[in-house]
Design a protein around this ligand. Sequence first.
Ligand SMILES: [Zn+2]
Length: 437
Amino acid sequence: MSRLVIRDGMVLTLDDAGTYHERGTVVIEGDRITAVSGTAVPAEPGDTVIDATDKIVLPGLVDLHYHTALGKGYNDHLPLWEYLDECWYPIIRALDPEAAYWAAMASYAESIKAGVTTVNDMYRQLPALAKAAEEIGIRAVLSNDTALDEHDLDTLQDNADAFAKLHGTADGRVEVRIGIEWLPLASPEFLRDARALADELGTGIHVHLNESMTEVEDSLDRFGLRPTVLAYETGLLGPDVVAAHCVWLDDDEIRLMAETGTRISHNPSSNAKLGNGIARVPEMLDAGITVGLGHDAVECNNSADMFEVMKFASLMHRAQRADASLMPAERVLRMATNAGATALGHETGSIEAGRKADVILVDTDNPMFTPMLRETATHLHSHLVFAANGSVVNTSIIDGRVVLRDRELAFADEREIVREANAAFRRIKENLVVVRH
Ligand SMILES: [Zn+2]
């Protein structure tokens, strides 16, 4: 098997020991990393060599809460619930497979170019999404946007059908989980059914939970329980669950998350833009909960740049509590890599022999990374989280395949994606039906 050899890079492994090689080599064979070293590895005939001089080599970023999206910037000034009713639901109800495909291509292209190698994507038209993921080369965990029948979104049967058809495709890069839109569109029976289906299929769950105050009030109103308490009592929670947002958790709910080993996706820029508040992330981390990061969707964020999400994930908590010691750079970087991979049960998120080969190369030969103390890993952490944006990502390797090289997509035509996604949104926009309650 021919090898991919990345040479002379600043290799930030983000392994448990925090191993850093100032001039290191990473060897990839097939879909796996087979060697990581602080010295040069002699090239063999047939090797493909990538020169990583002046580049940081680090694990690809995991976007743990994600929706493919089409209508960026269409409606930017509404609170969550109104935004969903006026914008998100009308668009995803009008969506056809063609529009979903181009929306996914545009979303995945933007993410890959900002260093994301895995998306945990809840949306509709999963065959179109899987096709886009397979073609462009990203690792995608897909789930349907399911709700009770009267809301005219996807059903649990749709999600079971998608699992049967798509789970494990694209050499295992595409997986299917059970997605639940949110509790205001669900019932206790629905949550029990979702858990039973996930158990039957042996897959995980992706759910929005405690995102807004309005959601908490609705849950107390309809069920007499806070959202996470209801999720706990219906058996929904567990280590195979990614609960997105969790902005409004009380102490008891944080305890239930920790007790069940539920994973949380913190999405600080989405929470800020929609006016939802600031999640109690320091308390979640103190409780031992695995907390990853997500951008949510470009329709409500409006950037898919996980470098921006990382910066928000540190600065929001410092600002709120007037405490500059909170959320240091390395911790945030590990949330975007190690924690995201752990949350999805993936063998990615660090650069170690035996792990899946999801690796990005970040260019440091620019003012964003100046000055550069390349001998000091903590200086690299700081620049990555506080100084950089996604435009510094030069190369991306996913599952051992180079999907981005010198900022060019290897398996898709970016101009075509932009043109077709624009056309798809104009077409869908003509068919939007806003249901007012
Ligand atoms: Zn979301």
